[in-house]
Design a protein around this ligand. Structure first.
Ligand code: GLN
Ligand code: ZN
Length: 759
């Protein structure tokens, strides 16, 4: 018999119940008991959703983040909350978000824990904090309660924890100490946890060490050996769990650590499964992650069965099956979707449907195809329909991609020549001021968009409402005295969705939410087919905005790499190919904007950096096609047209050469929070074009003073010649209020005038 199991289930709820409960609790609209009841109901439901599996995960539920849960379980709380003893859950929320309730007075707020991306996903965890004095002490109460809860409900379970080495790897030392030195203090706490878990009667424990898919130094490899040798005396059976990629040089290590089984990502690591089987000692079980936990496509069951059959014959009971990783990264239930086109919908599987596929795979293998003939035939029909559908395949798009030439990615002239032409044409002052695109999205704007969407506001009325808003933004910029304008983006709900909705090959769900961090979820659109742009997407708005002013109006677009990285993408062609299709579609828009008289075009690549693969050895090939896609999008314009790009970060020391290679005339980046420290990279690397280092931290309600802006720009001037500097905020202003934005931008303009005089 094959054992089926799951690594983790989304906790947010089919209709984001957990999100709403948390937000109510933070407002104190519900009590802590009520919040806990809702959580228990969700866990109950989620276990029921997974009932067809042999082993259900416990410990995958979290009120905010599983890494923060681990920090609490291991007694590793930041010092700033250690003496607040009122209530564990409130303390937990303080570390997560700086306060336990929205009523908590400003002065009792503490600094929230730093948040960062969980490997290469869009899920963000709270970074564990370490220093050389860090002590650990076990508090397993929450996990034990959930185990008891699941057992009472009669489930066969497998608790899930983060392994000690990955836990250290995820954290950050706040002093000069080496966090690996903490391992010896950490392991006894894990041993203690194991003995607590033994008492619950469980047999298997899933212990996640996804660091095994990253490039590990000798010290980290040694830490893994040390950890699992130290912990091996436990009678619990350990399933060492890896995901998000291939093991590569860690393969042998993963197979030989003293545990009872290994789980590997057999989607990304399919090619190394044979090698793993060869290396794995014969007493160990092998769990294969054969259902993709990172996308929304149905699995080709016949194909998978064909591949698995010989493996099953060889391994027999030693073969377990699971999704490739936790299902945290996919939406919960496809059955909720009422508005998807039925053919397209038939190609998708969300978490619940993925587990059905898993059960089906297992019974096909152990009982033979005839037992599930009907389901397999249905699956085959769907897979075939997707393979051949004219909705997916558009020959003219494919041909266009094949016909891409190097020339298409090159500007007519080198930057220096273009800059001279652009200077003459644009006649901008030194230190030109601009903003990044969006202006505050007021309640009225959101309401108008919503009413238009549901049909209660006629198209003409909607257009007038948006034009009025654009006019308002232009007037404000005029009054403020900015040099380069934007239209304000009132018509956009989201910088990817807005474009996706106007491109062919894109589908949108109603409830396809995926947790991003805490109570925040995103609903990534789905690219299912070849991408084309039937008609201009932004030209009318940009043209209207430009007609209101003599100042240059930036046309505002989202770049192909960002659109790709914030969508669920096709699995039937390489990402690079989809990206090139997007590049051609946005290129058409760029050229149409240029034709309509727009002289500056900003192409946002907010998510370029986050697409970097986990392994550094794979960075260059990603950067090659990502930068190529950007260049094809942007560089078809004449020398006179100025291309801008924007990135919401500036840790690009390691990719600066590629950023420069994009060859945008102007790049705006985030720098204000780091006091321009992030510009250090420009000491070593001579960035050749113009730069706007953000001087106004738009994530904060604080209004930057004139002096602070002047100081920041003076620091920037030490690295980049003044002729090539712009003055702008860090990012778009859509989440701010006008009464914050106006004084902040007024200060920015004033600072820029001072800088010009100082010259
Ligand atoms: N142009 C977008 C805006 O201003 C950029 C947003 C982003 O970079 N995240 O809203
Ligand atoms: Zn940004």
């Amino acid at each position: 018999m094959i054992t089926t199991h799951n690594l983790g289930f989304p906790r947010i709820g089919k209709k984001r119940e957990l999100k709403f409960a948390l937000e109510k609790y933070w407002k104190r609209d519900i009590t802590q008991n009520e919040l806990c009841d809702i959580a228990a109901t969700l866990r109950h439901e989620h276990w029921q959703n997974q009932e067809q599996l042999d082993l259900l995960p416990v410990g995958d539920f979290s009120f905010y983040d599983q890494v923060l849960d681990t920090s609490f379980m291991l007694g590793n709380l930041p010092e700033r909350v250690q003496n607040i003893t009122d209530n564990t859950l409130d303390n937990y929320f303080r570390v997560a978000r700086g306060r336990s309730s929205s009523n908590e007075s400003e002065c009792s707020c503490i600094q929230a824990g730093e948040m960062t991306k969980w490997f290469d996903t869009n899920y963000h965890y709270i970074v564990p904090e370490f220093d050389q004095n860090t002590q650990f002490s076990l508090d397993s109460s929450s996990l034990l309660e959930q185990i008891a809860e699941a057992q009472q409900q009669g489930h066969n379970i497998k608790p899930v924890i983060i392994g000690p080495v990955t836990y250290l790897w995820l954290g950050k030392a706040k002093d000069e100490s080496n966090k690996l030195d903490l391992l010896d203090k950490l392991l006894p706490v894990y041993a203690e946890l194991f003995s607590e878990l033994e008492k619950t009667g469980i047999e298997w424990l899933q212990i996640d060490e996804p660091v095994l898919v990253t490039e590990l130094s000798d010290a980290w490899q040694h830490a893994l050996r040390n950890a699992y040798h130290t912990l091996q005396s436990t009678p619990l059976k350990l399933l060492l769990t890896t995901y998000f990629g291939e093991l590569q040089e860690n393969l042998q290590l993963s197979c030989t650590l003293p545990v009872d089984g290994v789980h590997i990502d057999a989607i990304n690591g399919k090619d190394e499964v044979a090698k793993v089987i060869d290396w794995l000692p014969s007493h160990k079980i092998l769990s294969l992650g054969v259902i993709n936990g990172r996308n929304i496509w149905k699995t080709d069951l016949s194909d998978t069965v064909k591949w698995l059959k010989p493996i099953y014959e060889r391994l027999q009971d030693r073969l377990w099956l699971a999704p490739s990783c936790s299902l945290l990264h996919v939406p919960v239930d496809l059955d909720n979707e009422q508005k998807l086109d039925s053919e397209i919908k038939s190609w998708f599987a969300f978490a619940i449907q993925k587990l059905e596929e898993l059960a089906l795979l297992a019974s096909t293998l152990s009982e033979g195809e005839s037992s599930v003939e009907k389901q397999l035939a249905e699956n085959k029909a769907v897979i075939d329909s997707r393979k051949h559908s004219s909705r997916v395949h558009n020959q003219s798009v494919k041909s266009r991609v094949l016909e891409i030439t190097d020339e298409m990615g090159n500007r007519q002239s080198q930057y220096n020549e273009r800059a001279t032409i652009q200077r003459k044409k644009l006649n901008l002052p030194l230190y030109p001021t601009t903003t990044i695109g969006s202006f505050p999205q007021t309640l009225e704007i959101r309401k108008a968009r919503r009413d238009f969407r549901v049909g209660t506001l006629a198209e003409e009325q909607y257009r007038i409402a948006m034009q009025n808003e654009i006019k308002h933004c232009v007037n404000e910029q005029e009054t403020l005295g900015l040099d380069v304008f934007v239209h304000g983006e009132p018509e956009r709900n989201d910088m990817v969705e807005y474009f996706g909705e106007q491109l062919t090959g894109y589908a949108f769900t109603q409830f396809g939410w995926v947790q991003s961090y805490g109570s925040r979820c995103v609903k990534p659109p789905i690219i299912y087919g070849d991408i084309s742009r039937p008609e201009p997407m932004t030209v009318a708005w940009a043209h209207y905005a430009q007609s209101l002013t003599d100042k240059p109006m930036k046309g505002m677009l989202t770049g192909p790499v960002t659109i790709l990285n914030w969508s669920f993408v096709r699995d039937d062609q390489p990402r690079s190919e989809t990206c090139l299709q997007l590049a051609l579609a946005i290129r058409d828009e760029v050229l149409d904007l240029e034709k309509s008289g727009i002289t500056m075009i900003q192409i946002d690549e907010a998510a370029l950096r986050e697409g970097l693969p986990l392994r550094k050895s794979q960075w260059q090939s990603y950067l090659d096609w990502a930068i190529k896609s950007f260049r094809i999008t942007a560089n078809g314009v004449t020398d006179e047209t100025q291309i801008h790009t924007h990135m919401c970060y500036s840790e690009f020391n390691d990719i600066i050469a590629s950023i420069a290679d994009m060859d945008a005339d102007v790049i705006t980046i985030e720098t204000s929070r780091s006091d321009m420290e992030l510009l250090d990279v420009f000491d070593e690397f001579r960035y050749p074009n113009e730069i706007g280092p953000g001087v106004y931290d738009i994530h904060s309600p604080n209004i930057p003073s004139v002096k602070s802006i002047v100081d920041l720009m003076n620091k920037a001037k030490q690295r980049i010649p003044a002729e090539r500097l712009w003055v702008n905020p860090d990012c778009g202003l859509k989440t701010r209020h006008w009464d914050e934005v106006k004084p902040a931008l007024a200060n920015m303009v004033e600072a820029s005038e001072i800088l010009r005089q100082e010259r």
